[in-house]
Design a protein around this ligand. Structure first.
Ligand code: DGJ
Length: 544
């Protein structure tokens, strides 16, 4: 995984041309940068934090249908829409490209001051190949299908046949060429997702004759070289399998990783990654905007073949990284509740987190706050974003409004150092953040006070907050449904709140409102943003 650096890109550009700064800026394109405070997206030469939402699958195929959706995105304070571009619509006849959908999306997005992340529904969408054009679908001889263990052809293009990769690549490159021509200056399209939830079903691996041949061949040298070079930092699931088979430096898939169903997933992951990488690299050669691949998370204790296997899942992350170096991000889609568990797995090798899909349920507002605060984070995006009837009052919009106001703080603080996030539920109502060695902040769900009628209910709303440190004594808390108290770590020393202000940021400048004391701080005992309210408070602590 490579992250470019603006300065380098500019210097190269200056070196190659005689047009200095102007040429350099004109040549820029969206990119992922590894900065002093973590990774960030750069768009129009500025850091950009995504407040996103993904459209339902079919919405973007009809601009009339989209008319009522754009204002909803604005009402919920989104700055980015994740929208599919469908191969079947882009290339209805082989070699004849129709960019009307893409152009209309870009035009409308600009009108509503919204950026776009394009989702390339190409060869695969949720494992299946339902978005390939009819001329591909109806010619299985030329564009062969993956085959199950029982020998049955699936509605899934095999990644092992050259015709398949060439056809997808041609369309993808045409799309990137068009984006470069029509959008490089304005940069409305800021990233592209290559395919959608790639995965093998109903068998763990493809049994097409070409796949069978590859399975008994030696593990490709590129992957072996990667394993050897990254031996110490491989994900434990992969390293263990390799260790159990003696860290061999050459051999077939079964010899290197052991003859079991997990090896079948590893094998498939490599060939899906190679296919995706070839397309992405060809697109990047034309217009190198950031590219990512999303994964449908498997449930725990379920075997490959019973879930869409071999997408960029944590257990095969190294295989994807080795096979698809032109992909910038490998990311999770959330339709299961283990949000922290999976997010930790996706970031355990120091990668930034981006969440292109999360089920649009009651938890998103709190989880988004947690993720923006806790992780090296590029952005959040619930799926089916157009679904709320009352977009103007949706909790996600309230969270996004806070993110919008404080993005300069978030972009200039480092996760785990000068910024953190919490997500509080009835099951996990308390979290601790050490502010300084001498003092720890205790953050609790507002219902732990027992003051709200909802405290006695079986279910609690989810609460979430971001803490940003200004200096040893000064902090911002941003969020909903939290109560903060201080715990001294030094015997004989007590910490209290010197001052608490509520307020807001207007164009990056703090505008204080009420000074919170008395009942609002429980006579100085706590800082509180009640359940059902979203806000920002600045507080100063002191020892006595
Ligand atoms: C995950 C897919 O990536 C989306 O396109 C959509 O099909 C959702 N699942 C539906 O829940």
């Amino acid at each position: 995984m490579k992250y470019s650096n603006v300065l380098t890109a500019c210097l190269v550009s200056v070196g190659l041309t005689l047009f200095t700064t102007v040429k350099c800026i004109a040549d820029e394109h969206p990119q992922v940068i590894q900065g002093e405070h973590g990774h960030y997206l750069q768009v129009n030469n500025q850091p950009f934090l995504i407040r996103g939402g993904e459209l339902g699958n079919s919405s973007a195929s009809d601009m009339k249908y989209m008319e009522s959706i754009w204002p909803k995105l604005n009402a919920m304070h989104l700055n980015t829409a994740l929208v599919p571009v469908y191969w079947e619509q882009l290339e209805p006849e082989e070699g004849k490209f129709d960019f009307r959908q893409v152009d209309a999306l870009i035009k409308e997005a600009r009108r509503y001051n919204t950026k776009l992340v394009i989702l390339w529904f190409g060869s695969w969408k949720n494992s299946m190949s339902s978005y390939v054009p009819r001329w591909v679908k109806r010619d299985a001889e030329r564009f062969p299908r993956a085959v199950s263990e029982q020998g049955i052809a699936q509605e899934i293009l095999t990644p092992f046949h050259r015709n398949n990769v060439e056809a997808d690549k041609k369309a993808y490159v045409a799309l990137l060429q068009h984006l470069k021509k029509t959008d490089a200056k304005q940069q409305t399209v800021i990233m592209i997702q290559v395919e959608n939830e790639i995965g093998m079903l109903p068998s763990a691996r493809d049994h097409h004759p070409l796949a069978k041949q590859a399975f008994v061949a030696p593990v490709p040298q590129t992957l072996m070289d990667y394993l050897i070079a990254h031996k110490d930092s491989l994900v434990p699931e992969l390293k263990e399998a390799w260790a159990q088979n003696g860290f061999k430096k050459a051999g077939t898939w079964n010899e290197i990783f052991g003859a079991n169903i997990w090896t079948e997933e590893r094998f498939m992951a490599w060939y899906f990654a190679k296919f995706t990488d070839e397309i992405t690299a060809a697109g990047k050669a034309v217009y190198p905007i950031p590219a990512f691949v999303n994964a449908a998370l498997n449930h725990r204790n379920v075997l490959p073949g019973q879930y869409p296997s071999a997408g960029p899942l944590p257990q095969v992350m190294d295989i994807w990284k080795a096979g698809a170096p032109s992909i910038d991000l490998l990311v999770p889609d959330y339709y299961n509740p283990d949000f922290k568990h999976w997010s930790d797995l996706y970031t355990r090798q120091g990668d930034p987190l981006f969440i292109p899909e999360h089920k649009f349920d009651d938890t998103v507002s709190a989880k988004a706050l947690f993720a923006y605060g806790h992780y090296d984070f590029l952005g959040f995006s619930p799926f089916d974003i157009e679904s709320p009837d009352d977009a103007a009052n949706h909790p996600l919009g309230k969270t996004y409004k806070l993110i919008q106001q404080t993005e300069h703080l978030l972009l200039n603080s480092k996760a785990g150092v000068t910024r953190d996030g919490v997500w509080l539920t009835k099951k996990t109502p308390e979290a601790h953040i050490q502010l300084e060695p001498e003092v720890t902040l205790i953050l609790k769900h507002d219902n732990t006070l027992g003051w709200n009628a909802s405290s006695t209910q079986d279910e609690w709303s989810h609460a979430g907050a971001i803490l940003v440190k200004v200096d040893k004594e000064t902090y911002y808390i941003i969020g909903t449904g939290v109560v903060l108290t201080l715990q001294s770590n030094v015997p004989g020393k007590v910490y209290g709140f010197d001052r608490i202000d509520e307020g807001e940021f207007v164009k990056g400048t703090w505008k204080a409102g009420r000074i919170l004391n008395g009942d609002q701080s429980h006579q100085g005992r706590h800082v509180r943003i009640p359940e059902g309210e979203w806000g920002i408070q600045k507080f100063v602590i002191y020892p006595y």
